[in-house]
Every structure is written in C-alpha cells, then in structure tokens.
Ligand binder design. Sequence first.
Ligand code: ZN
Length: 810
Amino acid sequence: MKVGAGFLALWCLLAPASSPAVEKSPHEIYDALNALRVDASAAYPISPTNRIELRRGDAVISLEEGTLAFLQAMDGLVTGAVFSGRGHVLAMPRDPVEKQQMGRFLGAPVLDQVFVNGYLRFTDDTARELLNQFHSAGVVQQPGLAIASQWDVTLGQLNPLHSLRILLNLLSPALAPAFYAGLDGASTGPFDVILDYGREEPFLLGQYKKGGDKPSYDVWTSHPIPGSPPHVPDFRALFYSLETSIFPNNSLDGSALVRLRAETGKERVLSFQLSRALTVDRVTGDHGEPLEFFQNEGMSLQERSARGNDYMYVVLPSVPALHQEFALRFHYRGNVIEDAGNGVLFVGAHESWYPHLGDASDFASYEMTIRWPRRLRLAATGTKTDEHEDGEFRVGHWKTETPISVAGFNLGDYASSSIASASRSIEVFANRQLEENLKNRMASSGTDVIPIPLTPIGALPNASVAPPLPNPSPADALKQLGKEIDASIRFYETFSGPFPFHSLSVSQIPGTFGQGWPGLLYVSTYSFLNAQAQQRAGLNATGQEHFTELVPYHEVAHQWWGNVVAWSSYRDQWIDEAIANYLALLFADTKKNPDHTLHVWLSRYRRQLVEKPPGATEPAGEIGALSLGVRLDSSKSPSGYEQVVYSKGSWIIHMLREMLRQPGAKNPDARFTALLQNLRVKYAYRALSTDDLRHEVEAVMTPGMDLEGGHSMEWFFEEWVRGTGVPHYRVEYSTHHTESGYMIRGKIFQTEVSRSFIASVPLYASSATGRVFLGNVVAAGPETMFHFTSRDPLHKIIIDPQMTLLCTTD
Ligand SMILES: [Zn+2]
C-alpha cells in the first residue's frame, strides 16, 4: 500500500548522529531545509466525513475539509506540511493568569477559531500521526500539483524562520522535539501554535502584530505542559576575556574568549546573545579550529520577543562530555555606538556588544581590555587595574572581583567628579554638551513651557524681550549627584547589607533611559539637569521628580537587587524592579520633602493602576498579572511593563513592609530589613523566584498576616502577583450607646476584584478627640460584617488613612 511506504520512511525521523543527514555540514542542511517545497506526489484530500485531528499541548487542531500535502523529505525525514481548506482550532489554558490574557486578546478565555490555511513544521512524529489517521480514515494519497504551486512562494518566505529550529534537532538528538503550526484564523488573522519542549514554557499561542509605534508579538498564552521536563541549561559560561577597540568613527572591533562548561553532556549547539549590528568573522575552538555558526539567520519572531536580543548559534564538532570545559574565541566588528549629536555618544547595544551566554542569573568573571579614542573618557563594569595612552588611543584594563551577569561600558566627552571613602569610590561622568535632540527641545521650549526668569524681571534692560538662556551642561550637576548617590548607598546598606562593589561609575546616557549594571550606572541626561533646565526641556513636575528623585537612586538600588540577587524567568523579573524602586522611594522620603514623597508616589501609582488613560482599553491594573513581566508589553499596551511593574511592584513591597512593621519598636522596620538582608545573602549570585520570595516572607510573617491559616502567604501572592485589579472599599455602619461605651456594627463592601479576594483592612474612627484605630477587618468576598466598641462617640469611619493597603475608597 502506498501509505505504508511513507509510514516506513518516517521511522528514521530524528535520525541519530550517524545518519546521512549529519554528514552534510550544518549550513548545507540549513540551506536544504530552506529549499524544501511541497512534495507534489504526497497530497491528501480531506472531506468532512474524515476526522483528522492533532492534539498539541492545550490545543486541538482539526482539519475539516481541503487538502494536506507534506513537504519534501530530506534524507528520508519529513519536517513539514501545508494545508489549504477549512480547519478549526480549540485551546483552553487552565491557569487563571493565562485565561485572563486569552480573554484580553481574544475576548474569551478560549481560542475557538476557524482557519483557512495552515503551515506546519515539526520534529516530533506529526507526519507519522497524520499518515496513521489518513490510513484509518481511508484517505488515499493523490498528486497535488495545485497545492504545490499555491504554496511555492510562501514556503520560500516561511521556511527560513523555522529551519534553524529543525536543524537544532538534527544536530542534537537529545534535544526535545518541536511542533509549530501557523494558522490563518478567520477572525484573528494569522497566529502561531507552538509546542516546543526545547522552550522553558513549551506551549505558546500568539500573534505578530504590526501597527502602532513598533511591531510587537502578542503572546496570548505561554505555559508549561504537565509532565514537561525541567529546563536545564546545557552550557554555562565561566569566564570572559574581552578585547575591544573603538575607533574614531565609533565602529567597534572585538575579540572574545569565552570559557565554558558542558552542564548536560547532551548538546552541541550553543546560543549567544549578540547584536545584529556586529558581524562575526570567525568562531574558533580550543585548538584554533574554525567552527560553524549561524548569526541573524532564522530568527523567529516569538524567539526574538522572548529573548529581547539578537543571538547567534555556534555548532561544536561533537557533543562535549558532561562537565567538560572548553573555550570559544569570537571575532566580530560593527557599529553599536551611535552619535546622538553635538558630540554625545550612545552605546545602543550596551547589552549585546559581546557574545553573551545565559540570562540575568548566569554569573561569570570577566577581564576586559578596551582601546578608545584618546579625547574621550570611558567607564566600564569591574575594577579598573590600568589606563594609559597609546598614540591616538587610550587603553584600559578592567577585572571583576565578584561574579557578574553582564558587562558593559559607556563613553563620551566626559567631565567627572569623584568621592572616595575607605570602602568604595564613586565617579560620576557627564557630557560637557547636551545631546542634539535635547538641545533642540530647549531651543524651542519657549513655545510650550514658561521659562523661569534667571534674574528678576525688573533687572532686565527690556522686560518684554528675554535674552536667550545659555544651554546648561550636564557636567554642572556632577558633584551634587555624586554626594546624593553616596548618601543613597549608605541608606540602602541599612536595608540590603554592604555595597557589593568597590567602585561605582555613574555615567550619563542620552534619552530617557536608565539602567543599573554591576558597578556601572547608565543615567538619563535629564537626571543631570537642574529643575529649570528640565522644565525648558519640557518635563512637567512629575517628570522632574521622576528624573531627579527616583531614576539615579533606583539604578543604585539595582546594585544589590538585580546585580547580586538576580532573576531568571521573565515571571520573576518584577521582584528586583519592585524592591529597587521601593527602596528609591524610601530614600526620596528621607529628604523630608514637605510633600511626603513616599505617599505622593504611592498615590500616583495607585491612580495609574485604577484610572483608564485616554486611548487605552483598560486601566494599568487590569492589563495583566505582575508575573507576566515583559509580556505586559503588547500591541494593546506598548508600555504595559513600565506601567504595571513599577507601580504595582512598589505597592507590593510597601504592603509587605507595612504588614511586617512593629510601630513603637526601636526599629519598626526590623522584620522588613531582616527579610531583605536574608534574601541578599541567600540568593546572592543566583535567581530569586516568586516562590522563593513567598517562602522567605513566610519565614518572618506575623499572625496578622496569616489570613488563610496554615502559616501561608499564598493568598497575598495569588491576589497581588498573579491577580489583576485593585479592590475598592466602602463601609456602612450604625452606632449604639451601651453601658460599656459605643457599639459600632457595620459591613465592609469589597468590589472591583474577584469574589475570592481577601485583605486585612485597617479601620479608624474620627472622633472629637482625634483619630482612633479601631482594628483590622479581614474583608473576604463582597461583604463582610464587623463590630467594634469605642469609649467615645465617633464622627466617621476612615478606611486605611495611612496607605498601608493598595485600594481605593469612596
Ligand atoms: Zn529598574
């Protein structure tokens, strides 16, 4: 029988390393995979009486009517098929976080969609499974010239996005298989169904979206599949030696030696992050032998959006033994430094300017040698051991004293100022000039911002014609900023333990961007400007506070939270952001600003979470769970991550602090501080997960926090980290005078959150003698009764006047 022949041929799918497929070079296989077209002799007509169905993860894909044709086999291996006709897909994730996202993107927590075309690629046994079903249903193979020509051009475009993933399975037999379906949804448009056991979360439904300011990839759901094996990295980088030359035209020429260790002994392909702006000339192994590599080829959109960076693959000649150490050498060149105008430079690919393996929780030691044009100054991660002139260049060496997860540099026509103490030195670098963009904004600022006069109006020769203001230099702010940063370090040390590095370089970067790297901060130009200059640049009062009071100190706090205690999964990234931002709020609060900075910021954040901004489909608090991390950014909320993580994250840390607080004690924050110090010691140089954080909170929790019993904080993380929405509270009550005083009976109404939401809500009474604390009511569900007694008659019940709980009230 014809079907039988195909059946047999497919047994050698995912052939072992000795098969013909691997005798070709990786690039030859890759090119052959790209060139695959429909096998015109292997088409199968499907009618509504047949039931052809693939179950992959949470999805059921049914082919109802039309034609399915396999792609040509490669060395006996079938890795794809196309379908033209009508099909149906049904998928229903179980996890509430994922359901909420499905609802947000699809209007219902389930994907229930008719599709008209399908493109399938796989390294699992999809081909055999389909052939079995055709055989059982009596579907007989027919020539398929029409479907072959219909798909010819499309395959030329689609194949390159998938060939690399298929190649990985061909090169590494131990790598778990993958399945991909690109379906053309009748109402959704094209979308992806992925079940790839090589991914940490194997199942994904999502869609590439154009439009808006930038194209984005909307992840409808991404999650593990019950029983899927834990994800273990196959390689670990132990040491990097980076030699980099920066030329007067800002181009870069680099060589990197990376010492690695095989962690599983099952894989021979390594993937490194590296900017696509850098072209790799060669990669060599331990003995100088050239290795095959793939750069910027076959990068699927899902992959890129998940990793956030460009990457390259290096293929080892064979699978290294378990725990074998070896080195790779890379040579690359290109342009990652842009000129922001007026002589100000911007290191664009500051995280992918060298080949980097692993994520933010993979720590390694580094040695760096950098050569750069003599007229510029350069700051870098690590401890500088030497700097000298060499003709038209300067050459510097840096070395790490503690492991770091990423290395970087920044450069410019800098002025600098330094502060040194016995334990550390701080050097602040700022450009002498403003970047072009900002300079222009200042020049045109008179039209939309009222400038603050430099001198009293009356002193000007002609009050109606204001003289042009001189452009400020970011360098003016150096000394003051250095002092403040030093003060913030001392403040953070009381919460987080000793500053983790011997030196800190604070460097200016054009634009509104900021980042805190190990021993190196990138801080926006705006943070170097005084209030008057910020105003001329168009910043409103909140924007000024943001750049002056928060940004630099938020980045300082990342020295502990991010650069010592790290995160691995995108689902845990919020923790370091939240702690860093909350500590920055506490530091701002120490300046005793009459506006009570902490509460001002918390109420701003609360407003951001509950009020729908113009043009948005929902308030930030409804976008999605904090544990979605970067997935909060999508076509529906391009800056969702920023809107949710800083505001809700800061509130979460604030609520934990308030619950742990001991008012009246010598140090009311002793428990909160113990929590942070414990995290800092226990999770140093590794990832802290949301579950780890919950465990550590449970270790210090008070009886008042045990709302569900069982000494568990699960309720808190369920509601605030994995839930959406902000509760609203309202009370109704009546008072009776009795012999022992006043009896207050009432109800607290909880809305805007799920019925299972619980919270401990502090109630106060205002009376003739002032404000009295009545007690906490555990609001469980929409309506909860309470009663209190009071000696004095009360005017009014006030809900949480001290802002200890993220909520709104009437
Ligand atoms: Zn941050």
